[in-house]
Design a protein around this ligand. Sequence first.
Ligand code: NAI
Length: 421
Amino acid sequence: MSSQLRNEADATDDPLVWTRDHTPLLQSFGEEFGREQPFDGLTVAVVSHLEKKTGVLIETLHAAGATVLFAPSEPQSTHGDVVRFLDAQEGYEAFAEEGMSDEAFEAAQHALLEREPDVILDDGCELIAKAHDAHPEIARKVIAGAEQTTAGITRLEAMDREGVLAFPVYGVNDTPMKHFFDNVHGTGESALANVMISTNAMVSGATAVVAGYGYVGRGVARKLRGVGANTVVTEVDPRRALQAHTDGHRVMSMPEAAEIGDLFVTATGSRDIIRAEHFEAMQSGAKLANAGHFDVEITLADLEEMAERTWSPKAGITRYELPDGRHLDLLAAGRLVNLTGPYSQGHPAEVIDMTFAMMFMAAYDLVGRHTDLEPGLYNVPDRVDREVAERKLATLGIDIDEETESQREYSEDWRHGDSSF
Ligand code: NAI
């Protein structure tokens, strides 16, 4: 064996070692809040993709005093080694295992809720919605919640409009420290990495169609172009479409794009973005991936109905053979390609370090002030966002300027010191 390759005997059983090395913010929280113990006596529920970065968040919450209960937000994204490693230790309880059926996934979230968590850190509003819908008496005892995804915020806004929320929830997804980095760069890089690894096909020179030019779509399109793809964007919002055009992508409708795309990546948060009429127009061998919402952006029922034969030519790829001789290749069963493919490791750890630092600080802030707040959905205070940004810069050793007194006065004085008019 080459001396550069690690000997098996040197391997560690701790699945989180590498991720701890790449999450300096969470490590600094573990040290600081390990002394303060802000979650002492509290039970915190974490619902998320149960992989290594989430494992490090769970460890950090525990270091800060919490008993942590955790369940998956997606049945197929759980990493068994992480779950087993944490579950074997005191202060943690897993409601998860790798490869759960949809039924087991649902049952696990209900079982977790029956343990009456004080705080819920959610992904997709999975646990918060279930608590209100099926366990209202338990929801009333929760003191604080935080949500990390775009889709989850949409559900929470609906709950807030109906006035049904039983406790205050921070919308972490909407903070600059989350969506400027996680949605754009995290999803962009990890989706591209997984498309490339799963297919082992050239992206450079391919025509790549990205549906949706929000934060995720922008990142996916930018990274695809970065490796040489000819990018096409589809949109329903005229301003986002113009933005894509101005950023240098070709913009067209999905019926037009369907005819020319080699690779399609959906990132809209909506459903049925690529459906029968589009499959009808596609070139044989077109590859389909979803980086947006659950498994509903690419209409699987249409593919199944149209196909004469369905089989898997390669791990993580489902081939749909159509009666006219064409075939279409679907990645990761139409689920989130960056999180559920056979090679997927999710977002780079450095990006999730910021997202989870925001979730941690949201919980910390709300636990400290929940009695001052009515139940409802709240923006995370800007001071929390700034503080996490400052701490992140410190871990990177980057100094920035401070506004001078005269600059502060200038920005606050709308007369700009001239009262002669
Ligand atoms: P966003 O709201 O910023 O962007 C969505 C865009 O899709 C909007 O510009 C909207 O106009 C467009 N859109 C809606 N319907 C469309 C249609 N029929 N055709 C074309 N475009 C359409 O949301 P963001 O932050 O970009 O998130 C998008 C989705 O990605 C959400 O479901 C979110 O939960 C998910 N997400 C996935 C991640 C992952 O790891 N795969 C990470 C972060 C978010």
